[in-house]
Design a binder for this molecule. Structure first.
Ligand SMILES: [Zn+2]
Length: 369
């Protein structure tokens, strides 16, 4: 990806020069297109590891998802976990896929001989109940643990359904962030749609039973799972790593064919690039993103290339005197043209805001939701 050239822009962004820059940028970004699209690879789960009879297999789902004509969420889809779509993505690791439905995360169920770990809850207690139901069915009599990749509502706000059934393990930073921001995020998300509003009605935020800082190894019996703090999307992002399957759950640090979400001042593009490099260094064979199709390491490298590319453009534009608004006006249409199949386009201005803050050393001035 090193062949992208920094475009030289005129210093005064008057109208004619802006147009010139835009055309020049499109050409420059167009060169980037060829590498990023090839790096988007999603993988289908190996049908040989789908457990017959335990959960229904939907191996074709990723092929559907990889079809560039089937990109956005189904019309009229509700933000509900559909546990009937669950499939085994590796030996003893089940995923309830998000089906690219907004406010539905990929949920994981990781089995050991003595315990079973659930990763993420779905939006609100009723969705948490669905995930718990499947986890119970898979676990039989085994002990249940729950962890969440970060505090965001569709990942964590179903945790109350697990109280009394599962031990909630969180990194301390996430627990603190949940405490600080959780109530505001309930109110924020309730404004997004009546369906989200209904699912968050009466949400009870849950304190963890067990916390750690840095890294923790959870022994599920015959299988160790590594939990590690990887702050970038939020302050409390957590990696869930299953070394024996070379498999990682990234939370929203990686989302297949979505622009990265940098929703508030705790997001960091600089840290994000570093986190993606660390995850790539683990050489994962299977990457379960927070949203979007399960895939391989290429999900990580495609996203890192994108953020680095945006960083370089923002830095170049800052150096030539552009302010955040001018950069946003220039880059948003250009970058969404370069990534026509990536969703979350509404979050590109947020990404630019964080990149601009990091390039200038100023506090982030984020657009409103
Ligand atoms: Zn998130």
């Amino acid at each position: 990806m090193a062949q992208h050239q920094v475009t030289v822009f005129p210093t005064a962004p008057d109208k004619a020069r802006l147009l010139f820059s835009f055309v020049f940028l499109i050409v420059a970004l167009g060169l980037g297109n060829a590498c990023t699209q090839q790096a988007d690879g999603e993988v289908s789960p190996n049908p040989s590891v789908v457990a017959a009879g335990q959960v229904s297999a939907v191996a074709e789902r990723h092929d559907d998802d990889a079809d560039e004509s089937a990109i956005t969420e189904p019309v009229g889809s509700v933000p509900d976990v559909d546990e009937s779509l669950a499939f085994q993505v590796a030996s003893g690791v089940t995923v309830i896929p998000d089906s690219r439905i907004a406010f539905v995360p990929n949920i994981g169920i990781i089995e050991g001989s003595e315990s079973v770990l659930i990763v993420d809850t779905g939006l609100g207690a009723a969705n948490g109940e669905r995930a718990l139901m499947l986890a119970r069915k898979i676990a039989g009599g085994r002990k249940l643990y729950l962890t969440t990749t970060h505090f965001h509502p569709e990942h964590n706000f179903g945790a109350s359904a697990f109280e009394g059934s599962a031990t909630l393990v969180l990194n301390e930073a996430q627990a603190i962030e949940l405490r600080e921001k959780g109530p505001d995020y309930i109110e924020l998300f309730k404004t997004f749609s009546s369906q989200v509003d209904e699912r968050l009605e009466g949400t009870i935020l849950v304190e963890p039973d067990l916390t750690y800082s840095g890294m923790m190894t959870l022994d599920l019996g015959g299988r160790e799972v590594i939990l590690r703090e990887i702050p970038a999307h939020t302050r409390g992002d957590q990696l869930v790593y299953v070394p024996d399957q070379h498999l990682i759950f990234t939370g929203d640090i990686a989302e297949t064919r979505f622009f990265p979400i940098m929703p508030d001042a705790d997001s960091s593009a600089v840290r994000w690039i570093g986190v993606l490099q660390q995850l790539e260094a683990l050489e994962p064979k299977i990457v379960v993103p927070g949203h979007g199709a399960v895939g391989s390491k290429e999900i990580l490298s495609a996203l890192r290339a994108h953020i680095e590319f945006m960083r370089d453009r923002v830095q170049a534009l800052v150096a030539t005197g552009y302010d955040q608004q001018a950069i946003t006006d220039l880059l948003v249409p250009a970058i969404t043209a370069v990534y026509p199949n990536w969703d979350n386009q509404e979050f590109v201005p947020f990404e630019i805001a964080i990149l601009y803050a990091e390039a200038t050393g100023n506090a982030p001035q984020l657009p409103g939701f």
